[in-house]
Write a protein that binds this ligand. Structure first.
Ligand code: 5GP
Length: 186
């Protein structure tokens, strides 16, 4: 019995083994807290939630089920391409068809690691003249943050380790797990 339980708590994806680190029920408690904060802060602002695919699909679904104020939701993707020497890899936002001029926008992300992706996303959104842009992220790795970001809505802070599950992948796999797993061999 013990062995079966241990088996269920670890997963193997390709060359890496992961152990469960945050259970679905604990994730949902934090998602509910973030939703309550957004419901309180953005009431009357008809926010447009911008879910950044693929990683945020599960967080987006659970968050939006708990948003009770009038709002809209749209989905975008980031396409990576090689910039110049100073910019390195540039991530361009694709798929945003809404006019966000004068709107209250909430970016819904899976994880902020160095913060460079979020910074590029913010710059790209600001060229479209929104009224205000807020950040909602499932996870932050505070020790890795390289840029100054005002992350108002963060469900959980985690250490520097690589994680999968609850929408996040390793080489395309692992997004389907309801819990979050941390790598235990690199
Ligand atoms: P940043 O630009 O903040 O360094 O990186 C953000 C992106 O890196 C996330 O949107 C995600 O795709 C990826 N990422 C960062 N840390 C992890 C992690 O621990 N696990 C997974 N699966 N992706 C991560």
């Amino acid at each position: 019995m013990r062995q079966i339980y241990a088996y269920m708590d670890t997963i193997q994806i390709k060359d890496k083994t992961f152990a469960v680190s945050i259970r679905e029920e604990d994730i949902l408690k934090e998602v509910s807290r973030v939703a309550a904060d957004i419901n309180r802060d953005l009431a009357g602002k008809n926010p447009l939630f911008l879910s950044v695919l693929n990683g945020s699909f599960m967080f987006t679904a659970d968050l939006m089920k708990r948003i009770t104020i009038p709002c809209e939701i749209s989905f975008v993707k980031l396409a990576s391409y090689q910039g110049d020497a100073s910019t390195g890899v540039v991530k361009e936002m694709i798929g945003l068809n809404e006019d966000i001029t004068g709107r209250t926008v909430v970016i819904v992300e899976d994880i902020v690691d160095t913060g460079l992706t979020m910074q590029q996303l913010l710059e790209s959104l600001h060229t479209r003249h929104p009224q205000e842009v807020h950040i909602a992220t499932l996870l932050v790795k505070p020790d890795k943050l390289k840029v100054n970001l005002n992350i108002e809505y963060a469900a959980m802070k985690i250490p520097n380790d690589f994680i999968v599950g609850y929408g996040l992948d390793y080489d395309g796999f692992g997004r389907n797990y309801k819990d979050i797993y941390t790598v235990i061999n690199q």
